[in-house]
Design a protein around this ligand. Structure first.
Ligand SMILES: CC(=O)SCCNC(=O)CCNC(=O)[C@H](O)C(C)(C)COP(=O)(O)OP(=O)(O)OC[C@H]1O[C@@H](n2cnc3c(N)ncnc32)[C@H](O)[C@@H]1OP(=O)(O)O
Ligand SMILES: O=C([O-])CC(=O)C(=O)O
Length: 378
């Protein structure tokens, strides 16, 4: 057994998967063999969930049945609304709220006692978690603003219904399409840290709610999903500074700052999702008549390309996109989780199908053979 340490598990292959294909040098990403560029603008998030969970695109009848099933699961138990209200009153961090609510949802799930690897029960639980988390997030955001939650509507698609619950009014077509595409693009990405976390949890034969709860905790950090809100904070900082984006970013790079939304463990080139999200960011800027957030982003990307080896990742252009849709900055990462939950569940289903406990080793570098001294003799 090799004692070589692979810090951060870089490059280590721990399992086989049929879910997403990533070529980090070519900048390619596909779900189940389909390139994202071919479907991201056209397929809905519901279709992508079907693809990831079942392996094929749904037929129109399968799609209608699945979308209706998901829509019927959107509402929350009164006790969960009460919990969200309490967390909003405590001004809880939105990602911590998502983690707590996901854990609480298991108490009200009718399949809670099913075997952890029961596929049908897991698909039912997966539908419920995926359907309920947007309701929880919209209710939380409204409650902390002093507004009442807006009940979900079964006649709306997943993306449109979330924006409706968040704002209390239907989104326009550009916002609805942009948001649906963002959900599609964030749904899966190989063994990223949060997905790996979910897999480690299920590999012990723990349950799906525990896996999603672990994953949300992992997505929250600034090196992973938390970067999207940090990107927007950076753009605001630039806006509030005396300097233009070129000058600001030049100084930040010179100071050795880690620039959020740039760099990636797998991509050595521009993340292919960034191109699509950038086009929506630009489109939203055009329709609102305020292009500066997109323009700042482009200026930063150009400077990074000239002066560093770092290219934008998925979190870079989603930030200005959500901002221009009027979404509060601190729920960008929870929104990421509304989408990635689809990928987490797909990977957990794969893990259960061919499970082996995930348990790596650390090379021990501490002392050995030290003599124990009892407390009263120390
Ligand atoms: C959905 C997602 O999770 S996408 C990623 C979202 N995260 C971010 O955008 C945060 C900013 N980016 C980063 O921190 C990194 O690029 C990561 C964590 C995403 C991947 O990095 P890793 O492959 O693990 O590289 P690591 O963290 O070891 O950094 C290697 C070197 O590159 C530098 N570096 C990496 N990313 C950046 C960046 N965005 N800006 C400036 N320097 C960077 C590091 O400072 C380090 O420099 P050093 O060797 O001089 O100390
Ligand atoms: O794959 C990764 O490490 C991070 C990422 O881009 C994602 O999770 O979408």
């Amino acid at each position: 057994m090799s004692d070589e340490v692979k810090r951060g598990l870089e490059g280590v292959v721990v399992s086989e998967s049929r879910l997403s294909y990533i070529d980090g040098d070519a900048g390619e990403l596909g779900y189940r063999g389909y390139a994202i560029e071919d479907f991201a603008r056209e397929a809905s998030f519901e279709e992508v969930l079907s693809l990831l969970w079942n392996g094929e695109w749904p037929t129109p009848d399968e799609h209608d049945e699945f979308a209706a099933r998901l829509a019927a699961e959107r509402d929350l138990d009164t006790a969960v609304y009460d919990l969200i209200e309490e967390l909003a009153a405590q001004d809880e961090n939105p990602m911590a709220m998502m983690r707590t609510v996901t854990s609480a949802l298991s108490a009200y799930d009718e399949d809670v006692d099913a075997d952890p690897d029961d596929r049908e029960a897991n698909l039912a639980k997966g539908c419920r978690i995926t359907a309920k988390l947007p309701t929880a997030l919209a209710a939380f955001d409204r409650l902390r603003r002093g507004d009442g939650p807006v009940a979900p509507r079964e006649d709306l698609g997943h993306a449109e219904n979330f924006l409706y619950m968040l704002n209390g009014e239907l989104p326009d077509d550009v916002a609805a399409e942009a948001f649906d595409t963002a959900l599609v693009l964030h749904a899966d990405h190989g063994l990223n840290a949060s997905t790996f976390s979910a897999m480690v949890t299920t590999s012990t034969l723990s349950d799906l709610h525990s896996g999603v709860t672990s994953a949300i905790g992992t997505l929250a950090g600034g090196l992973h999903g938390g970067a999207n809100q940090n990107v927007m904070r950076m753009l605001k900082e630039i806006d509030e500074s005396e300097r233009g984006p070129d000058e600001w970013i030049e100084e930040a790079v010179a100071e050795g700052r880690r620039i959020p939304g740039f760099g990636h463990r797998v991509y050595n080139v521009r993340d292919p999702r960034a191109a699509i999200l950038a086009s929506y960011s630009e489109q939203l800027g055009e329709t609102s008549g305020e292009r500066k957030w997109y323009d700042y982003s482009v200026a930063i990307e150009e400077h990074m390309a000239e002066e560093t080896k770092f290219a934008p990742n998925v979190d870079f252009y989603s930030a200005s996109m959500y901002y221009q849709m009027g979404i509060p900055m601190d729920i960008y990462t929870p929104i990421f989780s509304l989408s990635r939950v689809g990928g987490w569940i797909a990977h957990m289903l794969e893990q259960y199908e061919d499970n082996r406990l995930i348990r790596p080793r650390a090379r021990y570098v501490g002392e050995r053979g030290r003599e124990f001294v009892p407390l009263d003799e120390r």
